[in-house]
Write a protein that binds this ligand. Structure first.
Ligand SMILES: Cc1cc2nc3c(=O)[nH]c(=O)nc-3n(C[C@H](O)[C@H](O)[C@H](O)COP(=O)(O)OP(=O)(O)OC[C@H]3O[C@@H](n4cnc5c(N)ncnc54)[C@H](O)[C@@H]3O)c2cc1C
Length: 293
């Protein structure tokens, strides 16, 4: 593909994606683009549509397993500061989808706003969080969204009000759109209260997770009425390894990369976890991480 100017200078070839994911796994992107602004993003999408080039939107890569063989098409990362802006609008925080969740939480504390604290310690961007309705302990980000600004893959901009947004357990109807920004409902609170809430959440998280090797969080969603981690643990799979990938001994729903693990190693472990849980509990585990191949 010969990209027209000025995109031709900005779209790179063969960028290795492993360094852009928390798993540290993944081969090269055929094309890779970090648009500077909305117009550049829209231009690239229109071209991809015209030339049938697949588009992948990469956030912080903390919920992804990318194939070692790499990806065909254009990987777009909304890392430019134009996609990370944050401001207050009445009781809402309006934030660009490229902002990291932790930066968003700090902004909210700085401006005496509460409601986002349950997200503390969840890596990733607002865009990735909304796409998969990130959350913990029964709270999820989708419930806070008043409106979202999105682009479809043809480059058409839309503002979606709350009534057109559908969020479920680790899913949303935004996963077929490119999320540009969202308005998040918050409430006024003293900084000290927000700080106290954050401290509590971080302590709780440390007690249940805290693996230091690269990983992508929970690999499977919890089936109804059960914890995927407990089911996998009950199958005796903690510590099981394939190549350099190993099931965490601390949290059985985490797979850790203890060296140069291959995407195939992780997939083989996931298959093992799925099969054992199916055989023993007759429950089908569904991946929480997104698999790009
Ligand atoms: C140690 C650890 C702990 C974790 N704990 C939790 C937890 O408690 N709860 C939880 O919910 N998750 C958790 N996760 C998973 C992960 O942090 C979340 O899923 C996070 O929201 C992913 O955001 P991201 O920016 O990294 O998205 P990515 O991994 O980059 O992408 C995930 C998906 O979002 C899409 N996406 C990203 N940006 C956009 C955008 N702007 N528009 C449209 N689609 C987009 C991508 O295309 C992809 O399909 C954890 C992960 C790790 C590594």
């Amino acid at each position: 593909m010969l990209w027209p100017k000025p995109l031709s200078k900005k779209i790179k070839r063969g960028v290795i994606l492993s360094g852009l994911t928390s798993f540290k796994i993944g081969g090269p992107a055929e094309y890779f683009f970090e648009p500077q602004n909305f117009k550049e993003l829209q231009q690239a999408l229109v071209l991809c549509r015209r030339f049938r080039i697949p588009v992948h939107i990469l956030g912080a890569g903390s919920n992804l397993l990318i194939a070692d063989a790499g990806l065909k098409g254009l990987v777009i990362r909304l890392s430019n500061e134009n996609f990370r802006k944050c401001s207050l609008k009445g009781d809402c925080i309006v934030a660009g989808s490229g902002i990291k969740l932790n930066a968003l939480i700090l902004f909210s504390r700085e401006h005496n706003r509460s409601g986002l604290e349950f997200l503390a310690g969840i890596p990733g961007t607002l865009g990735g969080g909304l796409s998969g309705n990130a959350g913990a302990w029964g709270y999820s980000i989708g419930s806070l969204v008043a409106r979202a600004g999105v682009l479809d893959y043809a480059g058409k901009f839309n503002i979606l009000p709350k009534k057109r947004l559908v969020f479920g357990y680790r899913k949303s109807n935004l996963n077929k759109q490119i999320i540009l920004w969202a308005e998040l409902e918050t409430r006024r609170a003293a900084k000290t209260e927000v700080s106290r809430n954050l401290k509590e959440v971080i302590l709780k998280r440390k007690a249940s997770q805290g693996d230091h090797l690269p990983n992508a969080g929970c690999v499977f969603k919890n089936p109804e009425q059960a914890s995927a981690g407990k089911l996998i643990d009950a199958c005796g799979l903690k510590g099981k390894a394939r190549g350099k990938a190993v099931i965490s001994c601390r949290h059985a729903n985490f797979i850790l990369n203890r060296g140069k693990a291959k995407s195939g190693d992780v997939l083989a472990l996931m298959e093992l976890m799925r099969k054992k849980v199916k055989d023993r509990f007759k429950l089908q585990l569904e991946p929480e991480i997104r698999i790009w191949k």
